[in-house]
Design a protein around this ligand. Sequence first.
Ligand SMILES: Nc1ncnc2c1ncn2[C@@H]1O[C@H](COP(=O)(O)OP(=O)(O)OP(=O)(O)O)[C@@H](O)[C@H]1O
Length: 301
Amino acid sequence: MNRTALAEQPVVTVREVGMRYGDVDALDGVTLTLERDKIYGLLGRNGAGKTTLMQTLTGQALQTTGRVEVFGETPFENPRVLRNLCFVRESQSYPEDLCVRHVLTAARHLLPGWDRDFADQLLDDFQLPLGRKVKKLSRGMRSALGVVIGLASRAPLTLFDEPYLGLDAVARQLFYDRLLADYAEQPRTVVLSTHLIDEVANLLEHVVVLDRGRIIMDDDADALRHRAVVATGPAAAVDAFSAGATVLHRESLGEQARATVRRTASGAEVARLREDGVTLEPASLQELVIRSTTATKEPTR
Ligand SMILES: Nc1ncnc2c1ncn2[C@@H]1O[C@H](COP(=O)(O)OP(=O)(O)OP(=O)(O)O)[C@@H](O)[C@H]1O
């Protein structure tokens, strides 16, 4: 295959992947493609299968059924694939007796795309003490170390599994800002798994939502921004607007109702609804994801 054809290949191809732990289907028939140079959001409730999916992509677990290809090859025990990806996890454990400087030196040797200047700048941004041992770092500092490694790796496939949980709001914003600025200059494929959907919504180009091991959403973020509306007003008018459409959520207080509905409205319809006292606003990504994953039965496992 020539270089151009290779560049057009998806970075990740997942076909009918299942992962069974005992009687739990952590992944169930997952089929997914991740393209080159895009920022993906991998979203879903606790236990939905996000970490398991990322483990299969990064060779940390071998799926029970189906096929996973990363850069056109199976990632499991495959150094050619593994050296081109960086997986940063919240529960990441670095050797406790190493200091930050040594962890970064190890990362530099393992990751061929490592950018030393960028790493130095990030260390400064996150105020990480180079000489401090990992065991003496605060929770937030450990998170920051993971974030620095993930960003400075410049790996063609970089996955962040909630590594910023320990970061305060200011540091998280710093992470988002640095990621976006660096991505603009050095595009790569980034997967962000997070429950802080509102915070990352503007960063994401594509959204994948898992629910009990299955993909229930796999769409461009722009398309999702127009997928559903929240209608608020007199219950009868809200229900008339919702009739025939999928209602993801409805709540009422006396005569008033608020419904998240999977439909759009024309300008004329919006004006007519307004006369009836109904206001429409686009459903946020967070609202859409929450309502879509709770519209079905509560998980039992
Ligand atoms: N090693 C394991 N052994 C047994 N069950 C597991 C194992 N790893 C994951 N599971 C189960 O698989 C399901 C998916 O877990 P996973 O960690 O992938 O979810 P998640 O979406 O990352 O959740 P969270 O948002 O809480 O981190 C859960 O029911 C979990 O208990």
